[in-house]
Design a protein around this ligand. Sequence first.
Ligand code: FAD
Ligand code: NAP
Length: 303
Amino acid sequence: MYDVVVIGAGPGGMTAALYTARSNLKTLLLERGIPGGQLNNTAEIENYTGFSSIMGPILATDMYEQVMKFGIEYDFGAVKEVVDRQSYKEVHAGNKIYRTRTVIIATGAEHRKLDVPGEAELNGRGVSYCAVCDGAFFKDEPIVVIGGGDSAVEEGNYLTQFANKVTIIHRRDELRAKKILQERAFQNEKINFVWDTVVERIEGKQSVEAVIVRNVKTGEVTRIATAGVFIYVGLLPNSEPFLNLGITDAEGWIITDETMATKIPGIFAIGDVRQTVLRQIATAVGDGAIAGDYAFKYIETLN
Ligand code: FAD
Ligand code: NAP
């Protein structure tokens, strides 16, 4: 029987595990991929206090090494279901069932697909969702980026170190991204914007050759030649395994109170998977600290 099973080893989950381990709670951190979560898909981070600039995968490794010093158990496993047995919970992953007094869900969110012809067919052959993973394949080639949020604009900026030209295609005439990221992109001579435009399909034989786009105001359809298409059109919650618990809103984001408790006693949720106003490393880490502390307080009430 564990005191705490943390599901997901992104910045939120790793921080929660750090806090519960330092409270001497028997802690298991379960992860279906590699530790770090979205940090592994992020190039440069400039808004996490204490680091003027750090690459996402480096911050991920640093966090992992720090948390592992506190004697937590770490296991590979994709959680399929959590069952509430009231005084304890069962966490089902693969063919294993872990019993625990509390669960902290830190499964984050995943990139949304564009859902256009060519996207799935050319995934990995020019279509990408990760600039830090794939950007270097496009040295001196043209790239298009789809989206108008922080991810599209920040990663678009990052891609200019490889590409000879980055075209950001956005469905409106105004960006959603933070002003500081917008200004940097507007000043970057390698970036140009195509406004009020949606992608109809992605074309290519062996690999991406072009995107066919439509201006939503004029209806004009044009072809933009490109070697790469980086898609950043938002996030979907990784909450499928928890839908049976009835703790999500209509879109699947997990509802918590300010102590990160869901409506089921002993089950907490943190970070990007939570219904929240800001999805950032700093907020995921803050949520993790709060959940770690309140998991400890909850366990004390059981004794
Ligand atoms: P995640 O980092 O998403 O981690 C969740 C983990 O849970 C993953 O490792 C996943 O594999 C695991 N998991 C999911 N489901 C299961 C399951 N069923 N079983 C087991 N494990 C599971 N924020 C900033 O503050 N600054 C930035 O510069 C910045 N840049 C970004 C750039 C991009 C391209 C993106 C996409 C995001 C960026 N963000 C940035 C946002 C930031 O990365 C996230 O807010 C943060 O990583 C959320 O942390 P998390 O721990 O909640 O979730
Ligand atoms: P986001 O903020 O939800 O933005 C998604 C963008 O994609 C929006 O501009 C949206 O257009 C567009 N879009 C959505 N569906 C589309 C579709 N079907 N076709 C075309 N365009 C579509 O998502 P995000 O940029 O990935 O950011 C996710 C979270 O991570 C945010 O909380 C963000 O703050 C955080 N993040 C932070 C940083 C940072 O702090 N530096 C960097 C990256 C990400 P509309 O604008 O018209 O809705």
